[in-house]
Write a protein that binds this ligand. Structure first.
Ligand code: IPE
Ligand code: IPE
Ligand code: MG
Length: 247
């Protein structure tokens, strides 16, 4: 990956899928898969920081994951809380800025406090932004943005005609960060599962059968190598892009 021809994405978004199946393969309870998944997160965060990736967005818990058995949901919450207590100091030492996006109202007061503290501690860090999506849904994000704009219209602060793609974008939870360049989903499924719907309009997609607990730096490098070979046209023709790069 020290190859200068490799184009490092500025923002990588990942659906970390396959923890349950990884555990099942080992005849272990699903929770062991989630635990192994946290370890994999550490490795990928480290690699992204090394490579100079600016933002890493990780889908940790979707707005639909509440539909899982209560026991699994509560274990996932505990694991999230543990991971925060164990990792925040290290993230801070490594100049990483932690940000959590999603509808946090459904989380316990204690967990919310922990999240707030972690965000406050790391807010001035200038290295990698680690953006964790927890109780996040792409449709929820668009809805809450549009709701804020509708409230401004109702108060007479904004004309309905003045609503633009940019204003919707500015009220998304990701307003402060650029859109993902590369989206990775591990675990073999090829779907978006309500992740960053608006933000991924022009993101490059990469799917792998590797289960999340086994997704390591080498696997990430492979995804980035694939990304490097893509031509991002954003609606233009290939010839137009060639002309531009020759100019
Ligand atoms: C992803 O792994 C982690 C979360 C959704 C929290 P899964 O738990 O979905 O694993 P599989 O898809 O059942 O293997
Ligand atoms: C998506 O994974 C959400 C996270 C990884 C947090 P799921 O495993 O819940 O997605 P579906 O239900 O298979 O689409
Ligand atoms: Mg899954």
């Amino acid at each position: 990956m020290s190859d200068p021809a490799v184009n490092i994405p500025k923002h990588i978004a990942i659906i970390m899928d396959g923890n349950g199946r990884w555990a099942k393969q080992r005849l272990q309870p699903r929770f062991m898969g989630h635990r192994a998944g946290v370890k994999a997160v550490e490795g990928i965060v480290k690699r992204c920081a090394e490579l100079g990736v600016e933002v890493l967005s990780l889908f940790a818990f979707s707005s639909e994951n509440w539909r899982r058995p209560g026991k699994e949901v509560s274990l996932l919450m505990e694991l999230f809380s543990h991971a925060l207590s164990n990792q925040v100091k290290k993230l801070h030492e490594n100049n990483i800025k932690l940000q959590v996006i999603g509808d946090l109202e459904r989380f316990s007061d204690a967990l919310r406090q922990q999240i707030e503290q972690a965000q406050r501690l790391t807010e001035d860090n200038t290295g990698l932004t680690l953006n964790i999506a927890a109780n996040y849904g792409g449709r929820w994000d668009i809805t809450q943005s549009v709701r804020q704009l509708a409230q401004q219209v109702a108060k007479g602060e904004l004309a309905a005609d003045a609503i633009t793609e940019q204003s919707i974008n500015e009220h998304l939870t990701t307003a402060a960060i650029a859109e993902p360049d590369l989206f990775i989903r591990t675990g073999g499924e090829q779907r978006v599962s309500n992740f960053l719907l608006w933000q991924m309009a022009y993101t490059e997609f990469y799917f792998t059968d590797v289960l999340w607990p086994e997704f390591d730096a080498k696997q990430l490098d492979r995804a980035i190598a694939s990304f490097s070979q893509r031509e991002r046209r954003f609606g233009r023709t290939s010839e137009q892009l060639q002309d531009k790069s020759n100019a």
